[in-house]
Design a protein around this ligand. Structure first.
Ligand code: ADP
Ligand code: F6P
Length: 486
């Protein structure tokens, strides 16, 4: 095969870009939320691929499966159907999260045993483990491997995504070998990868690492992820595995184009009128413990305490996008946040208005861009985060205002955006308060200087560039396997 020959590409992730729902007698799909979908969708403009993943619900009946497959195929998406019990154990059980909150450990202990990967990857969990969800995790990875291996041709590039599918490279490798297909397998992790000593908490870590090490190329978002535990090149058994940092991004043009539409322009004008004379701070996060939303609200409370002169002159608009709503700890977090929001407004509201707008819902893309655009600052408080693409999106929407990014030092993005943002520790309420005050009081020249730095960064590191760089490197890995170098 010549090196310039274009080969087909399969992308595999747990979540597809569209999630399917049963409405009355038919199926409807809506855009899935999350950074993975945003970045991979940004790649569709420049690169052709088939996207395999779970459609978001159980579809039992064969005729229904055909209907769903047909409608997803219009978006080059291929569903991998799972029974709801299995999907639940795999996603909510083993993959996703439960926090071991000090003091609440014992009351939650029966739950904490069965959800492990997400908290460990985000430095949040103690050592707990249960075999049932682990078996479900393995089973789902096997079902994905069966379907993807059958669909791949000889030479197809296969790019696997995220923590839900860490066993997949090895399972795929075996099946492809049995079918006589030589395919390069890449894996990208969208979460942090913890330091070795913390990773040791995972009782099945050896299986997970072996699963990953069947890849030809493993990508992380930051140096921290790429460096810890795994160096840039690994010789394992008879194979060489390349690893590296690939900076993920967004499609900034999608945001600037949307901002130009008359619908969004009208919305911006209305919001600017509504908040005339008021400094607007925006926050957009999936409702997830790792986003530090409790810390954000408490830090904002401290900021309001510290600055009584800003009464009625500042507002935080916080969109908390519903996520993993079947998991009790996410429900508990929502209750905690809405209670906290009520308390903060109870304490600081005046007849003129409330300083905190807490919205627990998904907002349309047009509304999201309008909100980003009218905000003087964006406050992101992640306690750990793979990258945090909201920070990129805010910058993309600030061409006119040059608003300020107030960014937790624990967001992956902070390792690249420090110079252009105001960094702070999310657990330090005074530091957050000072960072916010600084952001709202920067001179025009300082704001513009910071903004230009961030603007250049997000335009240089787009989702298209991220994807193309990874795919090129993955493609090269197969050609030189004999010479074996990274
Ligand atoms: P994470 O991947 O942890 O959710 P990111 O900040 O990297 O965090 O990505 C969140 C993504 O979800 C952003 O691209 C954001 O625009 C997107 N998003 C936010 N609200 C919605 C929504 N209502 N529908 C779809 N996507 C949304
Ligand atoms: O940030 C890590 C990540 O896995 C993203 O890749 C994903 O978009 C987000 O978390 C939400 O994950 P999920 O949709 O699996 O709940």
């Amino acid at each position: 095969m010549a090196t310039d020959e274009k080969r087909s590409l399969i992308i595999v992730s747990n979540r597809l870009p569209l999630s399917v729902k049963r409405v009355d007698n038919h199926y409807e799909s809506s855009v899935s939320s999350g950074g993975l979908v945003t970045s991979l969708s940004g790649l569709t403009k420049s690169t052709q691929f088939q996207w395999f993943g779970w459609p978001g619900m159980e579809v039992k009946d064969n005729t229904d499966r055909e209907e769903v497959s047909k409608s997803l195929s219009k978006h080059n998406a291929v569903p991998i159907f799972l029974d709801s019990g299995l999907a639940h154990e795999h996603y909510n059980g083993f993959s996703s999260m439960t926090l071991c909150i000090p003091g609440r450990w014992h009351s939650l202990a029966h739950k904490t045993t069965d959800r492990i990967l997400w908290p460990i990857l985000h430095y949040q969990s103690g050592v707990t483990f249960d075999d049932g969800p682990w078996q479900a995790y393995k089973r789902v990875n096997e079902l994905f491997a069966d379907q993807v291996a059958d669909a791949a041709g000889n030479g197809t590039l296969i790019w696997v995504h995220d923590y839900h599918l860490m066993l997949l490279p090895e399972l795929l490798r075996t099946r492809l070998r049995n079918q006589g297909k030589a395919c390069a397998i890449g894996f990208s992790l969208h979460t942090p990868f913890p330091a070795g000593d913390f990773w040791r908490n995972l009782p099945v870590r050896k299986h997970i690492i072996e699963g990953l090490l069947a890849s030809d190329l493993i990508g992380f978002h930051t140096e921290e992820g790429a460096r810890t535990e795994i160096p840039n090149q690994i010789q394992y058994k008879d194979r060489l595995i390349c690893t590296g940092r690939f900076i993920i991004g967004i499609d900034p043009q999608k945001f600037t184009d949307t901002l130009q539409t008359s619908e969004v322009q009208a919305r911006i004008a209305a919001l600017e009128q509504r908040y005339k004379g008021v400094k607007v701070i925006v926050g957009v996060d999936r409702l997830d413990h790792i986003k530090g939303l409790t810390q954000k609200l408490k830090g904002f409370d401290t900021f309001l305490d510290d600055h009584p002169e800003l009464q009625n002159k500042v507002v935080l608009i916080q969109v908390a996008v519903p996520s993993r709503e079947d998991v009790k700890e996410y429900q508990d977090l929502e209750t905690e946040l809405s209670t906290l929001a009520g308390k903060i407004n109870g304490k600081h509201a005046t007849p003129e208005g409330t300083p905190l707008l807490y919205m627990h819902r998904s907002v349309p893309f047009t509304e999201l861009t309008a909100l980003y655009s009218i905000a003087d600052a964006c406050l992101l408080t992640s306690t750990r985060d793979g990258m945090n693409l909201v920070s990129f999106e805010y910058v993309a929407c600030q061409e006119n205002r040059h608003g300020v990014l107030v960014l937790s030092e624990f967001a992956g993005a902070a390792s690249f955006m420090r110079e252009g943002s105001i960094p702070f520790h999310p657990a330090n309420k005074s530091e957050m308060s000072e960072a916010l005050f600084e952001a709202l009081n920067l001179s025009d020249a300082e704001r513009t200087k910071k903004y230009m730095y961030l603007r250049d960064f997000i335009h240089e590191h787009t989702s298209a560039r991220w994807g193309q760089t990874f795919i090129e490197k993955l493609s090269a890995r197969t050609w030189d396997r004999a010479g074996a170098s990274c």
